[in-house]
Design a binder for this molecule. Structure first.
Ligand code: SAH
Length: 220
């Protein structure tokens, strides 16, 4: 059916758009960064989740994406972008591509050509590459491998973040961060804390803790 403006009222994309706007409203009180909220509003989360999960794509909660992994809840994605204070043109390293959703949100802020993401599972990496390319984020660079090695080729990074919990901050990732750069990671095993760390001139990390979180464990 078409309404009097000629819009197709049966178009499911309109429902997704409305649901996405409501989701952004729901999480908007959690962050101050308008850019992060705009990014959340721009990325079609339903395109990243398995088809059978699309109906729940705009609920503010994690969803299974296959291979025993989950896409983070939207509030966590926006809180992380806010905490990292991402700016256009920042070079960003992500550990844990998953379905590529979080990378797309980051790409909306910094530009897709500035996002480098590492995924352990070859199947998830390949599918994330395809989804990102289909949605206009094809310049996001996806590497299959162990994120504990970071991605030395494109270092130094202004920011780096983990979307899986790590027992400690891996040395290569600290090394690949520029001085003054910020790192964000769920640190721990059964109990995890969101740790923010800024790299000092002497190479050490100044850490602060930001509450308990629950992410899937780093593999390998
Ligand atoms: N940011 C993702 C969330 C994915 S869940 C999204 O938006 O969908 C965490 C991801 O980290 C999983 O895909 C998992 O396979 C990946 N992962 C786990 N251990 C890893 C490692 N050592 N190196 C790289 N990725 C890893």
């Amino acid at each position: 059916m078409f309404d009097r403006f000629g819009h197709d009222t049966d178009d499911p994309d309109d429902d997704f758009t409305a649901a996405r706007e409501r989701m952004v409203q729901t999480v908007s009180h959690r962050v101050a960064d308008e850019r992060a909220l705009d990014a959340l509003e721009s990325v079609p989360r339903h395109e990243f989740v398995p088809i059978g999960r699309r109906g729940n794509a705009y609920a503010d909660r994690p969803l299974p994406i296959g291979d025993g992994q989950t896409i983070s809840a939207p509030h966590m994605v926006v809180i992380m972008a806010d905490r990292l204070a991402l700016e256009p043109g920042d070079e960003v390293l992500e550990i844990g591509t998953g379905c590529g959703y979080h990378a797309a949100v980051t790409a909306e802020i910094v530009g897709p050509e500035h996002v480098y993401t590492v995924e352990y599972s070859p199947a998830l990496a390949e599918s994330a590459r395809e989804t990102l390319a289909a949605l206009g984020y094809g310049e996001v660079a996806v590497r299959t491998g162990d994120g504990r090695d970071g991605w030395a080729e494109h270092a130094p990074y202004d920011a780096a973040y983990f979307t899986c919990a790590t027992p400690s901050i891996p040395e290569p990732v600290r090394e690949q961060l520029r001085v003054g750069g910020t790192l964000l990671a769920p640190v721990g095993t059964s109990h995890q804390t969101l740790v923010e760390a800024t790299k000092r001139a002497d190479g050490s990390l100044a850490r602060s803790e930001h509450g308990g979180v629950r992410f899937v464990q780093l593999r390998g």
